[in-house]
Design a binder for this molecule. Sequence first.
Ligand code: URA
Length: 432
Amino acid sequence: MRMYDIILKKRNGEELTDDEIAFFIDGYTKGEIPDYQASALMMAIFYKGMTDRETVCLTDRMAHSGDMVDLSRFGEMSVDKHSTGGVGDKTSLIVAPIVASLGGKVTKMSGRGLGHTGGTVDKLESISGYNTSLTPDAFLSQVERVGMAIIGQTGNLTPADKKLYALRDVTATVDSIPLITSSIMSKKIAAGSHNIVLDVKVGSGAFMKTPRDAEILAEKMVGIGKACGRNIAAVITDMDSPLGNNVGNALEVAETVSVLKNEKKGDLREVSVALATEMVSLVFGLKHDEAEKKVVTAIEDGSAFEKMKEWIAAQGGDVAQIEDTSLLPRAKFSFDVLSDTDGYITEMNAEKIGKASVMLGAGRASKEDKIDYAAGIVINKKVGDKVKKGDLLATLYYDNGSPDNAKKCYLSALKIEPKQKSTPPLIHKIIR
Ligand code: URA
C-alpha cells in the first residue's frame, strides 16, 4: 500500500477502506509517514469529507493508537464531559463536583488552552499546589474515594490525535466535521468512560459557526459514541459571546466558586446545569426533570461546593483559595474599558475577546508561551445590556506591558447599536 494512492483516492472523492485508514494512522503514529503527506490527506478530507463508516473507522483506529484506560471497576457509573472549546468556558469545574456530589464517578482528562480558547488544566493550575499529573493508579483511587478527578492528558493516550491535531492546527484543517469528530471521540473512547456528555459550541467563538453545522457534528459524535457502546448525549450551546463574565485562568476559577456557592445566576450557571443534568440523567437513568432537580439542589444545599473543596484538597490544591477567592493570583494592574457611546450591546465576538485575553497574558500565542494566571478580563456589560457613554464595559487585568492592544481588540469585538436585537438561545438543542 502507498500513501500516495490513499491521498489520490480521497482527493478524487472516493471512500477509503478500513485497511487504508489503518495504514495511514498506524504509519503516521510510528513516524513512517511524513507530515507533508499527512497534511495533504487532511486537506483532501477537509474538502471531500468522509462517510460515516470511514469516520467510525478513523475514530476507532485513533483511539487504539495508544493506551486505553480501563474504568471497568466503576461499572456504569463513570462519566466524562467534553466541550468543543470556547471563551470563558469553565463549566467542567462546576459540573464535575455537582455530579460527583450526587454519586457519579467523574473521570476527566483535560487539555491546555491554545489560540483564543482557554484550557481546563491551565485554569486549575492557577490554584497553588494543584497537581494535574496524577499517576493512573492515583487517578483511579481518587475517583473511587472522592468521586472525581480532573487531570491533564497522561501517558500515551491517542498519540495519533496528538500528532494530527498539531498538524491540523498549522494547516488550516481543524474545522472539518469528520476530523473534529474523530479527534474528540477517539480521546473519549480511549479515556474509557461509560457515559459521555458533549458540549458542542456554536457561534463566533466556536469551530462550528452555524447551528446546522453544530447539529451535524453533534449527531455524528453521538452516533459514534453509541456505535462504540457508550451512553452519550450532546448539548449544543451558544458561543457567540463568552460564557459568564470572567475570561482568564484565576478569574475563571473564582467565577466557578461563585456559581457553586449559589451566589451567581445567569448564562454560566444555566449551561452548567444543562450539562450536569444530562450527565446525571445518563448515569442514574433519570428523566430530565428529575435529574435537573437533583442538580439544582446540589448547588442550593452546598453539597456541590463541599465536593469542590474535597476534590481540590485531594489533588494538592490550596483550599483556602477556594474558600476565599481573593487569595488566588491577582494582577498588579487593571484598566477600565469605558463605553464611548449610548445604546445596546448587540454583539460580543467571543474569538476577539479570547484574543484580547491572550494579549494580556492569560493564554498562549504558541505552545511554549508561559501563562500569567492572574491576567484576564472581567466583563461588566453583556449582549442585550443597555449602556451609556462612560459606562464600564469591562476591566482588563495584567502584570506586564501595556493593555492598549487588548483594549483595542476588546472594543473591536463589540457592536453597540441604538436598538436591542434578539439574542441566540443559550441551549440550542440536546441530542441523545
Ligand atoms: N477539540 C478537539 O479535541 N479536537 C478537535 O479537532 C477540535 C476540538
